[in-house]
Design a protein. Structure first.
Length: 252
């Protein structure tokens, strides 16, 4: 009887030990160590400026018109916005000074009193540069309006503003200028049978005069304001030169 009792107690003890082991296993489960993250190349920085352009009307007491609204970060967008703000502010100062006297002498409906300022903007992105091309259409009385270009160009890699001297090799700036003159002198817009530029104006051009420009995958474009290289009928002129002709001149 005692032997049976001892065996029973041993079996109960063993059973309790098994139950305890199982319980402790659930309380403290073994977990595999977290895998090491795989090595991967760092994603390239996003150099896009995110520039977008919309347009809004200008309604002032002494002039009307429109202006671009340029959104996006970086030196390029900042420079273009600052230029637009200053241009509108300066034009307002001029209109507020001149228009009231014109209205007082000739009436509010006199065309000479109807000052207008319209600024258009275009974003041009090439493989290595991005440009914002601004063109102002200005009317301050008289028979005709005036059209003026202003272009800002920046490096896509650094975001910094560029001059044309950053794009055309120093040793090639004189040959580049001669190429531009030659192309302009021979230029015949569609519908014409003879060159249309002012030869004297073109021949006097210097490399430093090429302040407004853009560069895409196909062309380098030089922008000339109205009357700069030809008669007013030409308007403001965006003049393109194929990059194929500039392969030995480009520094980027």
């Amino acid at each position: 009887m005692n032997i049976r009792r001892e065996n029973a107690l041993k079996n109960i003890a063993i059973l309790l030990l098994v139950i305890l082991a199982i319980w402790l296993g659930f309380r403290h489960p073994k977990t595999a160590p977290a895998p090491e993250p795989e090595n991967s190349a760092q994603a390239p920085a996003n150099t896009s400026s995110g520039i977008s352009i919309t347009k809004e009307k200008i309604t002032e007491a002494n002039f009307s018109g429109s202006r671009p609204v340029i959104t996006g970060g970086g030196d390029l967008a900042d420079a273009a916005r600052s230029f637009v703000d200053k241009t509108v502010s300066d034009f307002k100062t001029q209109a507020d000074k001149e228009v009231p006297d014109i209205k007082a002498h000739f009436g509010a409906d006199e065309p000479a009193a109807m000052y207008t300022l319209d600024i258009d903007a275009k974003d041009i992105k090439g493989p290595k540069t991005e440009s914002i091309v601004l063109v102002e259409d200005i009317y301050t009385g008289g028979a005709n309006d005036n059209e003026v270009f202003k272009v800002f160009t920046a490096s896509l890699a650094s975001g910094k503003l560029l001059d044309l001297s950053d794009v055309i090799k120093t040793s090639q700036q004189a040959p580049f200028t001669e190429l531009v003159k030659k192309e302009l002198d021979a230029w015949q817009p569609s519908g014409t049978t003879a060159p249309v530029v002012f030869t004297d104006e073109v021949d006097s051009l210097k490399f430093s005069d090429f302040t407004d420009w853009s560069l895409d995958s196909q062309n380098l474009t030089l922008y000339f304001s109205k009357y700069a290289i030809g008669p007013g009928v030409l308007g403001a002129v965006p003049f393109t030169i194929s990059v194929d002709k500039l392969s030995d001149m480009l520094a980027i």
